[in-house]
Design a protein around this ligand. Structure first.
Ligand code: HEC
Ligand code: HEC
Ligand code: HEC
Ligand code: HEC
Ligand code: HEC
Length: 396
């Protein structure tokens, strides 16, 4: 009896979200173009727009790897991940029955499969994800995230930052987490990312240093004079508004990396001290596991290269058997080497005999070599090096 009760409670805690059907009028971003074209164009460049498994090789490869290693159906894994990656999905959990049907080959016609193939979720994190969140349950357990932390508004009710907006196309409602407290919206998904064994590999909410800038200040830009809608309302002109951008630049955007960290070099008793300063309110790397900062050292003598050396700041993960794995299958990890929020990290390395100068360049990679080869990723972006900063000092 007690066991049953616990299971029943767990089920309501974890699977509390009720899907709400979205009317065709609001289903995808093309429906917003007539009046918000500038926003749709920006959002299309963002990685929120690539969060469906068909549009992100790394995400897709990870779901397949998790399915293979846990022997859970791919559709079962995809439904789990959809909680944050494709949250307008109409099936929010799958059970044993789904697994048995999948093994027997009947999974193709399942509700879960239909929900995963529906065009409602094909845009990933689109307008009717953020702007249809009616309630955020920050009171829920820390591990309850994504779809399970929110309640959707009725179809056609857009929540936004303004309390005096009016639209002929949809209803509008104001919410605090669209203006005063937008971090709360970001933390619906950008927090407490955990493996199938409940190992937390990143928690941006925990590491975030309160009091400084908000997530939107850097990832949607500062407020600028502009318009929210192109529709002519006030005196036949679009209404002037203070607005932000919707491109959500982040770790996949090279322009965001340049200068993201500061670099300082010092020579002390034949050792080079490389200080990496992070003035942002969260760790870097953060957001996801297996990201990497690489420091490349080039030792020179009279402008000729004598030697090169590479230092890496990344985290490696181990599975139940102690083997190298991806974050989502981890039970443990190596030390977290990311540069902490508002602090610095100092690396130290010996100088090279005969060298009179060293140049240090910091780069960022989205996936370290270990995970890159476990998943056999093919697209160039996953091995690309994003330039962060470069400095050199004399060794004489
Ligand atoms: C990841 C969440 C997220 C997604 C996805 C998103 N928005 Fe927003 N949107 C916000 C936030 C946060 C604000 C408030 C920004 C501010 O402080 O002004 C906002 C503001 C707006 C505004 C008010 C004007 C402005 O720019 O401040 C409009 C209109 C809007 N969004 C439309 C859209 C449309 C259309 C889409 C889809 C193409 C979209 N949004 C996708 C989070 C999102
Ligand atoms: C026929 C024109 C039209 C279409 C189509 C349209 N909107 Fe709007 N929307 C408006 C107008 C007008 C406003 C108010 C602008 C203002 O007050 O500055 C608005 C405001 C908003 C706001 C801000 C609300 C607030 O309270 O801050 C959001 C969010 C929004 N729209 C989302 C969407 C989304 C998502 C779609 C597509 C599913 C969409 N809109 C389609 C005309 C439209
Ligand atoms: C519904 C869940 C959800 C919400 C809410 C959400 N995000 Fe995201 N966000 C994601 C996911 C999932 C990705 C990864 C998409 C991918 O890479 O395929 C992402 C990616 C990003 C990226 C790109 C990171 C990179 O590595 O390039 C940025 C920046 C970002 N989000 C900022 C925000 C901000 C700021 C907010 C709050 C205004 C927010 N997000 C709200 C789920 C969410
Ligand atoms: C002071 C500016 C600033 C603020 C505030 C900020 N970020 Fe960032 N964020 C950055 C920089 C700089 C990077 C690294 C460069 C890049 O992403 O291109 C970054 C990276 C990220 C990434 C990608 C990390 C990775 O390695 O995959 C995510 C996701 C993200 N931020 C989300 C957030 C969220 C959520 C918040 C609010 C809790 C937030 N950021 C607040 C500046 C900021
Ligand atoms: C708690 C919400 C949440 C859940 C559940 C979740 N993710 Fe994510 N995931 C995120 C966010 C937020 C990001 C973006 C972080 C960033 O870019 O730094 C992300 C990023 C990723 C990335 C990196 C994508 C890229 O473009 O670099 C992969 C891969 C990934 N998730 C795989 C998965 C898989 C597989 C599952 C299911 C087993 C899953 N995630 C479940 C929130 C979640």
């Amino acid at each position: 009896m007690k066991k049953l009760l616990i299971i029943a409670i767990l089920a309501t805690v974890v699977f509390g979200a009720k899907p709400v059907k979205i009317d065709d009028k609001f289903k995808d971003s093309t429906k917003c173009k007539a009046c918000h074209l500038h926003i749709v164009n920006e959002w299309e460049q963002s990685w929120h727009a690539k969060s469906h498994y068909e549009n992100n090789e790394y995400f897709r490869a990870t779901t397949e790897y998790v399915s293979k290693k846990t022997r859970k159906s791919l559709s079962g894994v995809q439904v789990e991940c959809a909680a944050c990656h494709n949250p307008r999905i109409s099936v929010t959990s799958t059970g044993m029955e789904h697994e048995i049907l999948s093994v027997m080959g009947f999974g193709k016609n399942s509700e879960a499969k239909k929900a995963l193939e529906s065009d409602v979720i094909s845009e990933g994190i689109n307008c009717v994800v953020c702007h249809n969140i009616g309630v955020i349950h920050s009171d829920k357990d820390d591990k309850v995230r994504g779809i399970n932390r929110v309640e959707w508004t009725k179809s056609g009710v857009m929540v936004g930052p303004f309390d005096d907006a009016m639209s002929p196309y949809h209803k509008v409602e104001h919410r605090d987490y669209m203006d005063k407290d937008p971090n709360k919206l970001c933390f619906v998904c950008h927090a407490n990312d955990r493996s199938v064994s409940d190992f937390v590999f990143v928690n941006m909410e925990k590491e975030y240093v309160e009091g400084g800038k908000l997530c939107v200040d850097c990832h949607m830009g500062s407020k600028k004079h502009g318009i929210a809608a192109t529709l002519r309302m006030d005196n036949k002109k679009p209404k002037a508004r203070e607005v932000r951008g919707h491109a959500f630049p982040g770790a996949h955007t090279d322009t965001m990396w340049e200068g993201a960290l500061d670099l300082e070099l010092q020579l002390k008793q034949k050792e080079i001290f490389i200080s990496i300063l992070n003035s942002n309110p969260h760790n870097i790397p953060s957001g996801f596991g297996s990201r990497e900062i690489v420091a490349e050292l080039v030792f020179k003598k009279k402008d000729k290269v004598l030697e090169t050396k590479t230092l890496s700041l990344t985290t490696y993960y181990k599975d139940k058997r102690g083997k190298a794995t991806i974050p989502h299958l981890a039970v443990s990890s190596s030390d977290d080497l990311s540069v902490p929020a508002n602090r610095k990290k100092v690396l130290k390395t010996p100088t090279q005999k005969g060298a009179d100068r060293v140049e240090v360049t910091l780069y960022y990679r989205l996936v370290n070599s270990e995970v890159h080869s476990l998943l056999k990723l093919g697209e160039p972006i996953w091995s690309q090096k994003f330039f962060i900063a470069s400095k050199s000092i004399s060794l004489n």
